[in-house]
Design a protein around this ligand. Structure first.
Ligand code: MF3
Ligand code: CO
Ligand code: CO
Length: 274
């Protein structure tokens, strides 16, 4: 019998990739991040999320890559765009951005069979103080999660680092959505929870690839999914933010596959506000 997938997986079903696989993930991750960089100048008051998505789809195609989301479980767009109290999986459409809106844009591309999945926050017009604080805390929570990535630590250590930080800022971590393993597939084990107890969950091993993508709310953590079966919103209508990186576990820590080539991962970095 031949072996279509060489290599090993843990008893939890988490694939252990080979050193050579990191470069494939890097290429896919970099394209997704570069597309998010290029979209930054197109986010402004009066712009529609549908127009942003169309731009993203064009850029995926121009790069000779494939969108992982078009056709995924019936989803029809190259991005999810989640505005204000939308937690995740916002569907691009003809609604115009208003002054002070904050939005997450989430793009997943397939390059040479490898999946690159990343999302970040943007602002249309003037960023309010409370939205900026939410965005800062969410970004820093993701980075604290990534700092907990090293062989020997557990997935619970990642979740704990995120939850502990967010709750100390009197904000809440969404429980209803999580990160995920990825690689040559979009969503694989394990579920990467953004909350948890130190030492709980599977142990991290070199060669694991997964996303960390915390969603943080200014109010309560509860969400609900709208009648379109995709859009997840905060139940209390409070503002929500999210950042996502795809990472690989190295011998000593984490390699981030989706770093922003232009240094624009956070909306207040790099260039003047629009
Ligand atoms: N990119 C999202 C994630 O982080 C998944 C979007 S699936 C879609 O896992 F169908 F809604 F696009
Ligand atoms: Co993801
Ligand atoms: Co994503």
């Amino acid at each position: 019998m031949n072996e279509p997938h060489r290599g090993r997986q843990t008893r939890e079903g988490i694939r252990i990739h080979e050193v050579a696989d990191f470069s494939g993930m890097h290429k896919a991750g970099r394209l997704a991040a570069q597309i998010l960089d290029e979209i930054a100048d197109h986010v402004f008051v009066g712009q529609t999320t549908g127009a942003l998505d169309a731009l993203i789809e064009d850029k995926v195609n121009a790069a000779g890559a494939k969108s992982a989301t078009i056709g995924y479980k019936g989803y029809r767009h190259a991005s999810c765009i989640s505005v204000n109290h939308v937690v995740c999986h916002g569907i691009p459409g003809d609604k115009m951005l208003k002054d002070g809106d904050i939005l997450n844009i989430d793009v997943t591309v397939i390059v040479d069979g490898w999946f690159g999945d990343t999302s970040r926050m943007y602002v249309a017009g003037k960023l309010s103080r409370k939205a900026e604080r939410l965005i800062d805390v969410t970004h820093d929570a993701l980075m604290k999660g990534i700092e907990a990535v090293r062989p020997g630590n557990t997935f619970g250590d990642i979740g704990h680092a995120i939850q502990n930080y967010v709750e100390a800022q009197r904000m809440s971590v969404v429980r209803d959505f999580c990160g995920h393993g990825l690689g040559r597939v979009f969503h694989a084990p394990p579920n990467v929870l953004h909350y948890g107890r130190p030492g709980s969950g599977p142990r991290l091993e070199e060669g694991m690839f997964f996303t960390i993508e915390p969603m943080v709310n200014l109010g309560r953590p509860e969400t609900k999914v709208l009648a379109d079966d995709w859009t997840a919103v905060t139940r209390d209508k409070s503002l929500s933010a999210q950042f996502e990186h795809s990472v690989g576990v190295t011998a000593s820590g984490a390699e981030i596959f989706t770093l922003s080539p232009a240094g624009l991962f956070h909306p207040t970095w790099g260039r003047a506000q629009n």
